[in-house]
Every structure is written in C-alpha cells, then in structure tokens.
Design a protein around this ligand. Structure first.
Ligand code: PHE
Ligand code: CO
Length: 297
C-alpha cells in the first residue's frame, strides 16, 4: 500500500512515525511501535484468530469466484501461488515461492507507510503487505488497505516478470519523484495502473489493478458497466487526471500489454513532470475532445 504523504509524529511510544490517510485526522490502524526504520515489522502470524482466518477465506472465495472473464489471465494463473484460502498466508513462505519466480519478496508493515519508505522497498523488490485484517463488519468495504487487499490484490502479478520489473522501476522512479517534488503526479500513475488498471486482451477488457481485483463490486463494474470511461493508456493524460478515493472510478486506463506499460514508463519523467505542471488537471470521469474510448463487452 501507498500512504498519503501526511505523516504525523506524536514523538512517543513508537519507533517510527505512523501515517494517516486522507484528511489526516484519523489515527492509523496498525501498531507502529515495533516497526523498524524501513517500516517493516514481523507478521506475527500466531496472533491471527480463527475468525481472522475465516474472514480471509470468505473474502478470498468471494473474489476467486468472479475472476473468470473479468481478471486478466496472468492474475488468474498466479492466484494459486497464494496457497490454500483457509489460512492467511505466512509471508515468509510466500516470499520463498515468489523469490524463486521473480526475485520479489513480501514484507510485513503495520499499515500505510510514508511514500519514501514505500518507494525504497519497491526499489529493492520488497512488497510491503499490511499485517492486520479488516473486521467482519468491513467485509464489503474497508477504508485502508488490509492484508487481504495487499496480498490478494497485489501479490499475484508480482509473479509476472514484466509486471514485477515495472513495480521495481516504479519504486526507483518514486525516489526520484520525491526529489523533483512530483510525487502527486507519479501517484496518479500508480493509481491508474497498479490499483485500477485494465488491459485489452483478445477475449476483451480485463482487470489487472489490485484495487479492482480485491473489490467485490468494482471488478464487475470496471469491466462490464457502461458508466465509466475507458481510455487508452497515455502517460501524460494519466498524470493530469484526478482520481476518486471513495467511490468506483469514473475513468479507467487500458493498457495493451505489460510490455507496453513497462516500455512507456521507461524514459526519464523529468521533462514530463515539467510539461504536466503547465497543463490543466482533468476531472475524474472527464472525456477529452476526440478521445477514443474502449467499449465494455
Ligand atoms: N522512468 C521514470 C522516471 O524516470 C521512472 C518510472 C518507471 C516511474 C516506471 C514509474 C514507473 O522517473
Ligand atoms: Co493497493
């Protein structure tokens, strides 16, 4: 997960400053007291209750049941690597499998972390996964990313070599964006690809974004609804476009392939950041004149 850049350091009782999301007045949910300097911590697998594991299984089964025809094949093929749905996976076991495939690992974090820490972990091919799981009453919706979103949504595609390389490049690019004061623009790229990306396949539009794939309702909506706009991937267009954090997206961006995503984002973004700053922002859901949209099938 990626946190907003609003950190607040109470200066007591924790090794590192916890992070808040959105308005900045809600306390973060995790326990930051035991986190290391890089914000990683132990998963404490033994602390999960039978109810926690059961909730994970129910979330998993609800999503797994609707992947066919809505999720991209790369995701569907890799979900099995998460292991049996009956238990929240042990991050160290999952890391072994993942490392063998793409040299990525998953590491535990208390929850949302500051963006620089987040970028630094990605640049080292370590994906931060929140330790806690939502409450049963949050079955349908949880405000902050939990272990289910982070694992089920993000980890399967880290088994794909091209996407795995994109995520590392994003981390390195994030560290650079921090120096260029361009994190807000780069965050839009994360949002519209890693979290809410769609991909065009011979079988039709499919989802690859983690925010979609871990959502009960948005998976169907993003691929099939006539409501949202589906725009072809365009780096500058994405960086100009605002996004919604409290409802389904009004616009999705569609890639042709993970190779396209990797190659289109490889050039130095410095001139792009400069150009985008001089252009007006685009509202979530707005369609520009002459823009070709993908149709839902
Ligand atoms: N090419 C980008 C830059 O120079 C880095 C980047 C790669 C960012 C991939 C995001 C994704 O800033
Ligand atoms: Co996420």
């Amino acid at each position: 997960m990626l946190a907003d850049d609003k950190t607040h350091d109470k200066g007591v009782n924790h090794g590192v400053a916890p992070v808040t999301y959105g308005q900045g007045d809600r306390p973060p949910r995790g326990d930051y007291a035991t986190a290391r300097e890089d914000y990683t911590c132990e998963q404490d697998w033994a602390a999960y209750t039978a109810q926690d594991h059961d909730l994970y299984r129910r979330l998993y089964e609800r999503q797994a049941a609707q992947l066919q025809g809505l999720a991209c094949d790369e995701f569907i093929d890799a979900v099995r690597h998460l292991g049996a749905p009956e238990r929240i996976p042990r991050f160290d076991e999952l890391s072994q499998t993942l490392y063998a495939k793409t040299k990525w690992e998953v590491v535990a974090v208390p929850g949302l972390i500051p963006e620089e820490a987040f970028f630094a972990l990605l640049a080292k091919r370590k994906f931060p996964v929140t330790g806690w799981i939502r409450k049963p009453e949050e079955f349908d919706y949880v405000v902050e990313p939990d272990v289910f979103h982070d694992l089920f949504g993000h980890v399967p595609l880290l088994f794909n070599p091209m996407f795995a390389d994109y995520m590392q490049a994003y981390g390195a690019g994030g560290l650079k964006a921090s120096r260029l004061d361009a994190c807000e623009l780069l965050a839009r790229l994360y949002w519209y690809t890693v979290e809410f990306g769609l991909i065009d396949t011979p079988q039709g539009i499919r989802a690859y974004g983690a925010g979609i794939l871990s959502s009960a309702g948005e998976l169907q909506y993003s691929v099939r609804s006539q409501e949202p706009s589906r725009v072809g991937f365009d780096l500058q267009r994405i960086m100009r476009t605002r996004y919604k954090i409290d409802s389904y997206q009004a616009t999705y961006f569609v890639i042709e392939s993970f190779a396209q995503l990797f190659e289109a984002t490889a050039p130095d973004f410095t001139p792009l950041y400069r150009a985008v700053r001089d252009l007006p922002e685009i509202d979530a859901g707005a369609v520009l004149p002459g823009e070709r949209l993908f149709r839902a099938d």
